[in-house]
Write a protein that binds this ligand. Sequence first.
Ligand code: 13P
Length: 252
Amino acid sequence: MAKRKLVAGNWKMNPPTLGKAEALARAVVEATRGDAAVDVLVIPPAPFLGAVGAALHGSAVALGAQNLHPDRGGAYTGEVAGSMLHDLGVRYVLCGHSERRQLFGESPALVGAKVAAAHRDRLVPILCVGETLDERDQGVTDTVVLGQLEQGLAGLDTAVIAETVIAYEPVWAIGTGRNATPEQAQAVHRVIRDWLRRQVGDLADELRVLYGGSVKPANAAELMAEPDIDGALVGGASLEAAGFGAIVRAAG
Ligand code: 13P
């Protein structure tokens, strides 16, 4: 069976109010109805997870979270544990988004701990990797991305690695309007797939490797036509339901 593509909308710290978040969730359900061949996921801010989950109830759109703390509980003011997310109906969680790494100082080891905690708490981690423009210009893209993969998946059994989603998000393409070309993205996705094959053998073909970075309706189809691109992690364009629906259709 061919693997299903996954299109995820990372809302980041948007929209500003609960009412708008619920309205966006309902609009996404409408805009993606009937696209049964593609898995669809929305990833709202943590305070809106319960209400957005309720708005998605009965639809095929899944719920994801943007972050988790690796521990099960304790004195961690402001943090959220995986078990709490799971109980809200969350199925996926982003780990190591470049904004978390760059703006909030998340180390590779912490990202790895989050990936392991997500699996422990029955969430599917979406491990985000990607190089900065400087790193690309220096020709070290592959080294950077594979280093992030290695540290993000450290210590996990083969079967657990196979249940992880990877998102390749070149930092220079995030929020800039400048997406990687399909050829640039495919080249890195191939490197990721080959590395995964060395870890998990043929299960590498079942793993979904998403592309993220300025995905929009106009470029989604050509990106997702590449053989190793298994879906998209969409930021800005996921805040507008019709456009997000168009991206989902492009994946289907
Ligand atoms: P943009 O689609 O806004 O470039 O954001 C990509 C992203 O960071 C998704 O996680």
